[in-house]
Design a protein around this ligand. Structure first.
Ligand code: TYD
Ligand code: MG
Length: 452
């Protein structure tokens, strides 16, 4: 016997309340709390568990007796995607791909479905078959075993999947699904949780890997609850600037591999192109020596690549100087400016400062600090930095130059691309190389003498 009750859920973060209120206490968003039906069991829970125990076929096993079974993976034709997942799609696994609208989530999954040599059921609750066909024509690959199904009722999707027995099931997007088993509006927290739980059961029972697309909210989380991220096996994030061509596929969680991998793509007219040599593309080519640019040997995930940092420092026209960044956290820039002011005596408080990572990429690596400072000083003093210098170090609050992870890999990458000098922290332990000269720095003050 079940009794129907209602509760109130925040549609942004999933917090639950007994009654309605205007603002969510947990995530502070306004008007995000909606009433939903809650199903509660009125039976005694122990009666329930005991009856289940009698039926249980599965008993606890000693850890010593457990035999490891290697998970079986389906390799896609997309090498970046395989690498990000840790070697391919694991049978029976659930993968969630999040990203802003228009970033290319549907394109990525459709492209994988068209290139793969397996049977794929691509379910779209957002677009018609016609729209998907137009996109497929742009991608220019074809796979007769890629079946397109425009549907959002979970029961119908399961029925078709049972009949067709695809090797991969793709759902675009989880927010459009509805299930008859609960009485709640499409896209609500309860619908999302129930549909995901039913999909997980279906995946585990049939061993069909399921790949879900999820929209993200303004904070950058998968729209709706964080709980979705807890439920699935793998969470991927597709990011980049919509106005730029490059996209990064990051792993936020992976039960079957490392979370350190990233995949890099370029959005071209016929789909997403895998970028296997990011460094060569991300560094601007210019014959003239310009002030305000510095090259950083960065590591994103476990992959080294070179990026170009550009800075423009100019006298502020209005009262409050502007601090504007693309690709780097503005707070990090403010911290570096404070360090320059206090430790190296540069007066930048009355200057407008603009900072940019070329290619529209977002970098999280603190190893870019040194290159940021060099680019700012270069623009401020209007001196150009030699184009065969490269930088990789973090800056501490007292102006010290700190070591960063994977320094050897960073040096090798710079060497491979023909740089002659790399500036790193004095405290790095490195394997000496012959081709590239390594310059050690211990503080920001030393920097000025050594780069000129
Ligand atoms: P889409 O996959 O629809 O994004 P999402 O599912 O994340 O909302 O991609 C949308 C953008 O990609 C759209 O603005 C057009 C662009 N695009 C290309 O540039 N080249 C292509 O080959 C395709 C298919 C799309
Ligand atoms: Mg889409």
């Amino acid at each position: 016997m079940s009794k129907i009750k209602t509760t109130f859920h925040c549609q942004e973060c999933g917090a639950e309340y007994a009654k309605w209120q205007g603002q969510c206490n947990k995530c502070n968003s306004w008007n995000s709390i909606k009433e939903e039906i809650k199903h509660t069991l009125t039976e005694n829970i122990w009666d329930h568990t005991n009856s289940n125990l009698n039926k249980a076929s599965n008993n606890p096993t000693s850890i010593d007796e457990i035999q490891i079974q290697n998970e079986f993976r389906i390799e896609t034709q997309d090498k970046e995607f395989n690498r990000v997942l840790g070697g391919g799609i694991v049978l029976g696994s659930i993968t969630l791909l999040g990203g802003e609208p228009g970033i290319g989530k549907s394109t990525l999954f459709l492209q994988i479905s068209l290139k793969i040599r397996n049977k794929v059921l691509y379910v779209s609750g957002e677009e018609s078959e016609n729209q998907i066909k137009i996109r497929a024509n742009r991608i220019k690959y074809s796979n007769k075993d890629c079946l397109i199904y425009s549907e959002n009722k979970l029961e119908n999707i399961f029925a078709q999947a049972e009949k067709i027995k695809p090797n991969i099931l793709i759902i675009d997007s989880i927010q459009t699904l509805t299930t008859n088993s609960i009485d709640s509006t499409q896209g609500s927290i309860t619908q999302l949780k129930t549909c995901t739980a039913e999909l997980i059961n279906f995946g585990k029972r049939t061993s069909i890997p399921i790949m879900l697309i999820g929209h993200i909210n303004k904070e950058g989380n998968i729209a709706g609850p964080k709980v979705l991220e807890h439920m699935v096996d793998t969470v991927l994030q597709f990011e980049g600037d919509r106005n730029h061509l490059y996209r990064i596929l990051r792993v936020k969680k992976n039960r079957f591999g490392s979370t350190n991998e990233i995949g890099i793509y370029e959005m071209v007219t016929d789909g997403l192109k895998e970028i296997t040599n990011p460094s060569e593309i991300l560094i601007g080519n210019s014959d003239q020596k310009l002030s305000g640019t510095a090259i950083c040997s960065s590591v994103e995930g476990s992959r080294p690549f070179l990026i170009e940092v550009q800075a423009l420092v100019s006298t502020a026209v209005y009262g409050t100087p502007q601090r504007s960044t693309t690709g780097i956290n503005t707070k990090r820039l403010n911290m570096l400016l404070a360090v320059l002011e206090k430790r190296a005596g540069f007066h930048l408080a009355s200057k407008d400062i603009f900072l940019n990572i070329t290619g529209g990429l977002k970098v999280e690596d603190t190893g870019t600090d040194l290159a940021i400072i060099v680019a700012i000083l270069s623009s401020n003093n209007d001196i150009s930095i030699s184009d065969d210098y490269c930088f990789a170090a973090e800056i501490g609050l007292s102006g010290e130059v700190r070591p960063v992870s994977r320094v050897d890999q960073r040096i090798k990458e710079a060497e491979k691309l023909g740089f002659n000098k790399i500036f790193i922290s004095k405290f790095c332990d490195i394997i000496p190389t012959k081709k590239i000269q390594v310059v050690y720095l211990s503080s920001v003050e030393e920097l000025v003498d050594k780069i000129s």
